[in-house]
Design a protein around this ligand. Structure first.
Ligand code: PEP
Ligand code: MG
Length: 589
């Protein structure tokens, strides 16, 4: 083996394959002046490249339509229409006639267009900025004769390890899983959405490698170990064999855990803990139901949107929600309304913001776009006829948001009634407690909602002011910080006082040591990725609430996250195993 890079384990599993290096960035363009007699030839070259780009888009569109679906493929129609735009073509020709090289002329025009679109009052046009960027990369790559790193154009069976700086969820959902065997990124952490999505897709992933795209050329073979965070470059046959052996062991351990699916999640002192699954894509519903989960604690509906050029219709959404509800029979299914924004953007993106995590996202965006929100609410009320749907609002900071959402929910019911559609009106409405504002003032929300669900990924991010996706800050993202534990405790106590259900659906619930702390803090409902359900069940079955409470109290008294972890480990390592995590791996997915 040449060397190893160590990153953050993001999605377990071992993959061995050739590197597919993805540099999806606008290439640098030199200022090049051409003589008068070269102008005609340069315009001709530009048109030739446009034709080649269109042909490329046609091929990719076909592939995406076959592998992912027509909605995802439609993105490429938008990009093609940009290449056909007469105004754009004439503007580039004009600059070439002023003796600029085609690549510089194209870059200048694309810059003007991007500026114009990103400031446009209409959100649909602002969304086109992402398409402009894709088109710019594609055309400049051809004009400059650079290697083509197209992210969605790998042949089936390539078994490639995609190595890139950062991967957006929209690219992730477009990836052909029959071509990609694993994902490695420079950026990102365990709680970035690309990591969450990789776990949902069952794709091994290592994130936060920092220098992978600099170190690799694209000609290497690598072993990617999603459980330990190792990327081994140019491994020997022996290395590969020993990793394959590890992969076989992991599979056996997983089968053993799966056998717990039918057992109850009850502690040794007889307390029931409800274990639900987080579902990111409707296609996961059946797998999640087989994991032994007692319903869905969080369905992230925004993944119905990312990777598409248009919003899903009411009927499309209705079918997606119905599928999940039906997979779980009569069990509760908590569906969160669109949490678009932050690092979860649809294709084309929303307007670029200087602080997207503090920006126009989630419930803010939905309330500002009642038509878009209304479509989702109507689909949810209709799907509720088929099971026990609960609606959950993300990123709530004030009661006003809950009240406005409820008004829109009533309005959705009125529209459905007038239409004579079948729907359920009495769907419980709850909130995610994932901002310090919501946690500190959850008493002000309690009277108006049916349940709380604590989103620890964002709660930690906003409480500690640590970007959840920033690899350089990963060691500062500490859910056991006293501030976080106190906010969780406060939320649980308030919920109990008000007779409300309270769950935890952030990643903390799937980290064994932390799951025990949550149970000790009084949480009786945990929602975790489907692949984590068996492990968390095993943990619940091996501890007593008395011991969890004692451990949580000790953690609460600690002054730092490290001390809190030491307190938990001291009390629990005997029960959960020497490493305090209940398994050989610290990753629970
Ligand atoms: C959270 O913030 O903890 C959460 C569960 O939601 P998401 O990870 O989708 O932001
Ligand atoms: Mg969140």
């Amino acid at each position: 083996m040449d060397r190893r890079l160590l990153g953050i384990p993001a999605s377990p599993g071992i993959a061995v394959g050739p590197v597919h290096l993805l540099r999806w960035e606008i290439p640098e363009v030199r200022h090049r002046i051409i003589p008068d007699d070269a102008v005609r030839g340069e315009i001709h070259r530009f048109h030739d490249v446009l034709d080649r780009a269109k042909e490329r888009l046609r091929q990719i569109r076909e592939r995406v339509e076959a592998t992912t679906g027509p909605q995802e493929a439609a993105i490429f129609d938008v990009q093609r229409s940009i290449l056909d735009d007469q105004e754009l073509i004439s503007a580039v020709e004009e600059l070439i006639k002023q003796n600029l090289g085609a690549e510089k002329a194209f870059e200048i025009v694309m810059f003007e267009w991007t500026q114009r679109f990103s400031r446009h009052a209409h959100p649909m046009l602002r969304e086109r900025v992402g398409d402009l960027k894709d088109v710019e990369i594609r055309v400049l790559t051809l004009l400059l004769d650079l290697p083509d790193h197209d992210p969605v154009d790998l042949p089936k069976g390539a078994n490639a390890i995609l190595v890139t700086h950062d991967l957006t969820p929209s690219l992730t959902v477009q990836l052909d899983r029959q071509a990609i065997a694993g994902i490695a990124t420079d950026a990102g952490t365990r709680t970035s959405h690309v990591a969450i999505l990789a776990r949902s897709l069952g794709l091994p992933a290592v994130v936060g490698l920092r220098i992978a795209t600099q170190e690799l050329t694209g000609r290497e073979t690598v072993i990617l170990d999603g459980s330990t965070g190792i990327l081994a470059i140019n491994p020997s046959h022996q290395d590969i064999e020993s990793y394959r052996e590890r992969a076989r062991h992991e599979e056996v351990a997983e089968v053993e855990l799966r056998n717990l699916a039918t057992l109850d999640a009850v502690t040794t002192d007889g307390v029931r803990v409800t274990l639900r699954a987080n579902v990111d894509l409707p296609e996961e519903a059946e797998l999640a139901a087989r994991s032994g989960a007692e319903g869905v604690g969080l369905m992230r509906t925004e993944f119905l949107v990312v990777g598409r050029a248009t919003m899903p219709t009411e009927d499309e959404q209705y079918r997606a929600y119905k599928r999940v509800v039906e997979a779980f029979g009569g069990r509760p299914v908590v569906i969160r309304t669109f949490d678009i924004g932050g690092d979860k953007l649809p294709v084309g993106g929303f307007p670029a913001e200087p602080n997207p995590f503090l920006g126009w996202r989630a419930i803010r965006m939905c309330l500002d776009q009642p038509e878009l929100f209304g479509v989702q609410l109507r689909a949810l009320l209709r799907a509720a006829v088929h099971g026990d749907i609960h609606i959950m609002l993300p990123l709530v900071v004030t009661l006003d948001e809950v009240r406005s959402a409820r008004e829109l929910l009533d309005e959705a019911a009125r529209v459905l009634e007038a239409r004579g559609a079948k729907f359920r009106r009495d769907v419980p409405l709850g909130v995610m407690v994932e901002t310090p504002a919501a946690a500190v003032s959850c008493d002000t929300l309690a009277k108006d909602v049916a349940f709380f669900s604590i989103g620890t990924n964002d709660l930690v991010q906003y409480t500690l002011a640590v970007d959840r996706g920033n690899a350089n800050l990963a060691s500062r993202f500490t859910p056991l910080h006293p501030a976080v534990l106190k906010l969780i405790q406060r939320t649980v106590v308030t919920a109990l006082e008000n007779n409300l259900d309270v769950a935890v659906c952030g990643e903390m619930a799937s980290q064994p040591l932390m799951a025990v702390a949550l149970i000790g803090l009084g949480v009786r409902q945990l929602s975790v990725g489907p692949r984590s359900v068996p492990l968390v069940k095993r943990i619940v079955r091996s501890i007593s609430v008395a011991m969890a409470e004692e451990a949580a109290n000790a953690a609460l008294r600690a002054a730092t996250a490290a001390e809190a972890e030491a307190e938990l480990r001291k009390r629990l390592s005997g029960v959960l195993g020497e490493d305090g995590y209940g398994s050989a791996s610290t990753d629970s997915h």
